[in-house]
Design a protein around this ligand. Sequence first.
Ligand code: MG
Length: 192
Amino acid sequence: MIIWVDCDEVLCSTLVELVKLPEFCWVDWKSFYSYSPPKAPGFSMSDDDQFLMYKKLLTSDNFWNIKPVKWAFEMIKKIKEAWHELVVVTWRASFVAERTKKWIEKYYPNLFSDFLFAETHTDNQKTKAELCEEKGIEFFIEDDPYFASNLSEKGIPCALLAYPWNDSFDLKKHSNVHRIKSWDEFDMSLLS
Ligand SMILES: [Mg+2]
């Protein structure tokens, strides 16, 4: 099976570093009820400004302070050992492609066969759905409720990693989406 694994908040705890930027005033990342655009009680930012903030973080030295998501490595390794193909799919653009690959190889060495960049906010922008179709993705692991509903409606099953911003995801409406509290709750039978 070819499995898409999202990058931010699924492999990398990016938001923890992002909120350290002065523009975010150290808003508690756990209080974000919307990820994109970012919204927390008493705090909101536009999509465009969010992109600029990501750009600021991802091109700075603080990029290397980003930590992996707990239990992700152990579970990704287990999935790989079960002979599945793993692909990183991210909204990120080519200006951070090299350092993104370097970071992934540091924390998830030899586990991913490909890296797909959706190039959001650039002229080469592709939707994640387009990338998914091009690559023949059969299962995906995400935190974004938008992609979870969008792709599950196309018949692609999903494991949705639980975060406050996908708290109200309608699981009844999307029966092929399985919300998991953390990576170590990932059920391997979903891939059979
Ligand atoms: Mg994400």
